[in-house]
Design a protein around this ligand. Structure first.
Ligand code: ZN
Length: 427
């Protein structure tokens, strides 16, 4: 059953998907990193204005902001939603969305000549989408479900609420931001654009029902090692080969705490890059862990190892640890209502909640420390970031329904009492 308006959702998503809004890490010194994002954000601000919202484009942060004002005298805190306008690092030129109505569960030939096939034996999640309106790319670009499905869902919710003024709600803020895929957008966000917003949700990745409030803590480590170059013929007792020191350091890292040996709630060390000659060596690595004390231990391990190496070789190692982002859980753990409200809205929308740890970061990792705790909902699609990306119109419709139910449930629970049931450890 359709909640809102499948025709609108299908058309709007297709229009959004066709726009090239790919973000570029190499241009991350510009806000945003590509002009297509400015164009789309401005268009979205205008669209929200036409829906009757207070809306604008923030030139400084490249966010489109909309405020749907409360239509109730009841005192209810404002809440917000975030979706991102940029798409991942994959071809986004000339995106041609393909519509497969009443999908039959068979494989879909995206391009016969190049033998690009979307095959349910390879992606069995597709079998759950039989009978729905499936949208794919033509196999040569991504589709941009991430996060244009999120944008479409938010727009459909706003349209629904503006067309149904009899449905009471508090202030609802929506923000469409840039450069999530390159880890920047959330950093740019100005909380002054969300005045008094108590909490918010990102609409990013995941199947209907997925919910994430537990993400990595993340830091970036750089290590510099200084060697001593002497002519090899006269090197006895004098040369200090930075490569040898680097190898010693690397071999002392925990060999079982690496991405290829970790899953679920495990953290890891990852050496991204190591380069050396006799004179000097440079290592760049990252640390990831969900658990705050485990994460602190991992950072301390690196500092201790550097200390040990400096003792052994005479102060030739320098280390710099930069925190990239902090687990959203740290900002949520004492505020179970934020999680319970979303899960109550899922159930009300006929979805079975699937709470899971997210082995990465989201915009919420940067927005939460700014005073607006922001866990992640979903946008519905699958196979993000590549040529096999897909979504169904029904999934987007489900998102719109969930968002509307969060808004109405927030007012209802403000009246009748908030669901403050403590969070359970699900991992
Ligand atoms: Zn995304």
């Amino acid at each position: 059953m359709s909640f809102y308006n499948l025709d609108y959702e299908e058309k709007r998503f297709i229009q959004l998907a066709k726009k090239n809004t790919r973000s570029y890490y190499e241009h991350h010194d510009q806000i945003p990193s590509s002009p297509g994002q400015v164009e789309l954000a401005k268009e979205l601000a205008k669209e929200m204005e036409e829906l009757g919202l207070d809306a604008y484009y923030n030139e400084k942060t490249a966010f489109a902001i909309g405020k749907l004002s409360a239509n109730t005298a009841e005192k209810v805190t404002p809440i917000g939603f975030f979706a991102h306008v940029d798409t991942a690092d994959f071809n986004a030129v000339n995106i041609k969305p393909q519509i497969h109505e009443n999908y039959d569960g068979q494989k879909i030939i995206l391009d016969e000549k190049d033998n690009i096939v979307l095959d349910p034996t390879e992606f069995p999640d597709l079998l759950n989408l039989r009978g729905q309106t499936l949208i794919t790319s033509d196999g040569h670009t991504l589709l941009g479900v991430d996060d244009k499905a999120g944008i479409t869902g938010a727009l459909a919710m706003l349209k629904y609420l503006t067309e149904h003024p009899e449905i009471e709600h508090g202030d609802v803020f929506v923000a469409f931001g840039p450069d999530e895929e390159i880890g920047c957008g959330g950093q740019y966000f100005d909380p002054a654009d969300f005045p008094n917003v108590e909490f918010a949700y990102t609409l990013d990745n995941g199947r209907p029902g997925d919910f994430e409030y537990d993400t990595f803590n993340a830091s970036e480590v750089t290590i510099h090692i200084r060697g001593t170059v002497v002519h090899p013929g006269e090197a006895y007792g004098l040369m200090v080969n930075a490569t040898t020191l680097m190898n010693d350091f690397l071999s002392n890292l925990p060999q079982d705490q690496v991405p290829e040996k970790s899953r679920n709630h495990d953290g890891y060390f990852l050496v991204l890059h190591a380069q050396s000659n006799v004179d000097h060596a440079d290592i760049s690595m990252i640390i990831r862990d969900f658990d705050q004390s485990e994460y602190n231990r991992k950072e301390q391990f690196i500092r201790d190892l550097v200390k040990k190496m400096n003792k052994k070789y005479g102060n030739r190692f320098t280390v710099n640890i930069r925190e990239q982002y902090e687990n959203i859980y740290n900002y949520i753990k004492d505020k179970p209502y934020i999680v319970n409200l979303a899960l109550d809205a899922y159930r009300k929308s006929g979805l079975k909640p699937n709470v899971q740890s997210f082995r990465g970061g989201t915009d919420g990792n940067f927005i939460s420390p700014k005073g607006i705790p922001t866990p992640n909902l979903f946008n519905g699609g699958g196979n993000y970031h590549g040529r096999y990306e897909y979504v169904t119109v029904e999934q987007i419709d489900k998102l719109a329904e969930v968002l509307t139910n969060i808004v109405t449930e927030h007012l209802r629970q403000t009246r009748t009492g908030r669901n403050e049931k403590p969070l359970e450890k699900y991992w």
